[in-house]
Write a new protein. Structure first.
Length: 508
């Protein structure tokens, strides 16, 4: 039998029964796990305090919380509910609103925001230890546990969302805890583990509905990794939290909105947004795979006059390069898009009479829709295939630290510049080697801790590519959900390659 830390064939992961069980005398001990957790709490807590100090505006409520652009859409429905106006607007699922609502029963809005941040801090710290433990389960190597723990703890790609009032931090932590409990449910057949795994995946789905297909993955794993006689019983126990919670949400939506809406009520975006110029421009640019992130100064959508916050910033759009050749279709050409962009700027200038403004707005909306449909029908290969590949490039074309500090790189002190460069390296390392590792190790799942590796690799690949390839969306923060799983595979894959390489060198 191989000892801990011994070399294994590349792509083969040690038997978790040998090394990974939390039996008496197993490593790490409960005291060691507690120590790892305390360190994680301190490090993540210190980062929360720094982020709150660095990014909070004077008008924000609370002490620790940081508002982001989407914060009102998560919290306003709760405040409306407390005023007796009902849960409105209700286009978001209440994964963020639910804990905030519970806090609001006891505290004011500012304190409730801080309590929400404390909840995210606790779950985020626990998830650091759990992710390292998952890496240990599938490798049986102490150094892999320590490496994953240290890299995830040091990384800010997900932890910068901990003080933010939004869904990203909760989604990350919930998914990690879900996988841990699902693994224990498969191995120990415990109903409590099944309920816990189901609850945390349900919570993750209620923060990010795009994660709903992961229910099928979990059900498949439970069905094929448990005894046939009881597989449906285990699946039912796992699904109980989703059936109950989402059933109540669906029933509420039917009574309020008169339709069957098990997830969102208005699709991916609120109707107030989809009816506007910004969404129409976004939809058109998505069709050919352009960058539609209007708050990004270099985004292609800025050329169309869609800008962020104030008109002065739109000068960046005027100086932007025109759409590439593949953005055109037989039904429209460069002159058509140039007139459209000029009309968008004229509309936003608010110099027109009300009647003229309404007419121009309608014309702009119709032209964006017409051009989008023309591109879909006249350039089908570009629309269905190449646009998704370009969107994948858009979402990865970042340094992983755009939101790390509130100041520009040039104005940062030397330590902050070095820290930012390290974080950029971690971003590239995790997604480059993580993608390779998830594919290679996932492909060889039969020689590994099968169900856990399948769950982790599927999660890593799905959460990384569902937005650019499936939905043609490229907002950088969407990668936060995938980051921990890619990090795990990056460390495991590189460690295995290094072990195999060093083993060969030692024999020569």
């Amino acid at each position: 039998m191989k000892t801990q830390g011994s070399g294994t064939k590349l792509g083969t992961i040690a038997d978790p029964v040998q090394f990974g069980s939390m039996t008496a005398g197993a490593w790490p001990s409960r005291k060691a796990m507690l120590l790892f957790l305390l360190v994680a709490l301190f490090v993540r807590g210190a980062w929360v305090v720094y982020q709150a100090h660095d990014k909070r505006g004077p008008e924000q409520l609370g002490v620790l919380s940081v508002d982001i652009g989407d914060t009102p859409s998560y919290l306003d429905p709760v405040e409306a509910l407390l005023r007796g106006e009902g849960f409105t607007p209700d286009y978001r699922m209440p994964g963020v609103a639910a804990p905030y609502y519970l806090f609001r029963q006891l505290m004011d809005s500012g304190s409730s925001r801080d309590a929400y941040v404390v909840l995210q801090w606790l779950l985020s710290s626990v998830s650091v230890v759990i992710l390292a433990h998952l890496a240990w389960l599938v490798t049986g190597r102490r150094r892999v546990f320590v490496l994953v723990y240290l890299v995830f703890l040091a990384s800010t790609f997900t932890s910068l969302y901990v003080p933010a009032i939004g869904s990203d931090s909760l989604a990350v932590s919930s998914l990690i805890i879900h996988v841990f409990l699902l693994d224990r449910a498969v191995r120990y057949k415990g109903k409590a583990h099944l309920l816990g795994a189901g609850f945390f995946l349900t919570w993750a789905i209620f923060t990010k509905p795009v994660l709903a297909p992961l229910l099928l993955l979990a059900v498949a794993l439970l069905f094929f990794r448990t005894g046939r006689a009881k597989s449906w019983t285990y699946v039912l126990w796992f699904l109980v939290p989703f059936i109950v919670i989402d059933g109540a949400w669906t029933y509420r939506n039917y009574n309020v909105n008169g339709g069957f809406h098990p997830l969102t009520n208005q699709g991916m975006f609120a109707q107030s947004f989809t009816d506007g110029v910004r969404y129409k421009a976004m939809n058109f640019v998505q069709g050919y795979g352009g960058d539609y992130i209007w708050w990004n100064p270099g985004a292609g959508i800025r050329w169309y006059g869609v800008w962020d916050k104030c008109g002065e910033i739109d000068q960046e759009g005027r100086l932007a390069a025109p759409p590439p050749a593949y953005a055109y279709a037989p039904s429209y050409g460069p002159d058509s898009l140039l007139r459209l962009s000029n009309d968008v700027r004229l509309l936003h200038a608010r110099t027109l009479a009300p009647a003229d403004s309404v007419g121009l707005n309608s014309s702009v909306l119709q032209r964006f829709d017409r051009y989008a449909e023309a591109y879909r029908t006249e350039r089908p290969f570009q629309y269905h295939v190449l646009s998704r590949l370009r969107m994948t490039k858009n979402i990865f074309d970042q340094n992983g630290t755009e939101s790390l500090f509130s100041r520009s790189f040039g104005s940062l002190p030397l330590w902050a510049k070095g820290f930012k460069l390290i974080q950029s390296f971690l971003y590239v390392f995790c997604f480059l080697f993580g993608t390779v590792g998830a594919i290679v190790l996932g492909w060889r799942w039969r020689s590994t801790h099968g169900h856990l590796v399948v769950a982790l690799s599927t999660l890593a690949i799905y959460t990384t590519f569902i937005h650019p390839l499936g939905l043609r969306m490229c907002e950088w923060r969407y990668l936060a959900t995938a980051y921990p799983f890619m990090l795990l595979f990056a460390v495991v894959f590189v460690e295995q390659v290094a072990t195999k390489t060093l083993g060969r060198s030692a024999k020569q």
